[in-house]
Design a protein around this ligand. Structure first.
Ligand SMILES: [Zn+2]
Length: 237
């Protein structure tokens, strides 16, 4: 059974709202998913064009890839490094539940409950093309505890770290609304306790994501990064 969900989208360029069906699960054994698999292999998966202005972009939506031959379930979760365990569960729980239910009971296996998470869609693309196998991802063996010790697993954030990230993300949102560089610098000076290495890391992650999702945001993000670096340097000096 294919898992397809209608997603509401808004064009990053002109703001036009539209909806598109998005695949949440690509099962390499399922004939119905063969077109989605092919799109994953050739890099056109979940790519959309705005019906009004034609601006193309990638939909950063969770998707699971099931590779029975490798006994591997690989799940793309955008921004997983910014999630705590609960948020990750909410993000992929419904997809994984529907997946397990779709497998006949006699064929259900432990590895299906131990998905490997990645925040890079390119990892799924490479796995779909057979360029990455389960061993590359540290998925060998049945030892559940080992899985959690693996570097590929997302870090679990403490409540304190989670709050720290939320506060900085809110500031970044506000900086986008600022009229110019002067206003942004003044805002950052007002929240100087939030301007630190973590703040720069979040900006860098956003900039990397924007390159594929919203390229028009990259210049402004780069300016904010430069301004934050200057402020951080002067506050430390
Ligand atoms: Zn548009």
């Amino acid at each position: 059974m294919s898992q397809i969900k209608e997603r509401e989208l808004a064009c990053a360029n002109c703001g036009t709202e539209f909806s598109r069906p998005v695949h949440q699960l690509v099962d390499m054994e399922n004939e119905a998913d063969s077109e989605a698999l092919w799109q994953l292999q050739n890099g056109t998966f979940n790519r959309v064009s705005c019906p009004k202005c034609g601006t193309a972009g990638f939909i950063p939506a969770e998707v699971a890839l099931h590779i029975p031959a490798e006994e591997l379930v690989l799940v793309y979760v955008p921004n997983v490094q910014l999630m705590d365990e609960q948020q990750l569960g909410q993000s992929i729980g419904p997809i994984m539940e529907e997946f397990i239910v779709s497998i006949p009971e006699e064929r259900q296996a432990d590895y299906m409950l131990q998905p490997i998470i990645t925040d890079e869609i390119s990892t799924l693309q490479a796995a779909a093309r057979g360029e990455i196998v389960a061993d590359d991802l540290g998925a060998e063996g049945d030892d559940y505890d080992d899985e959690f010790d693996d570097d590929d697993q997302p870090p679990v954030l403490t409540e304190e770290e989670h709050q720290a990230i939320l506060a900085r993300r809110e500031l970044i949102q506000n900086l986008f609304q600022a009229a110019d560089s002067l206003e942004r610098i003044s805002m950052m000076r007002n929240y100087i306790m939030l301007i630190d290495e973590l703040f720069l890391e979040l900006l860098a992650a956003l900039a990397e994501q924007a390159e594929t999702v919203q390229p028009d945001l990259v210049p402004i993000l780069q300016k904010i990064i430069n301004e934050a670096e200057v402020i951080l340097a002067s506050s430390q000096g």
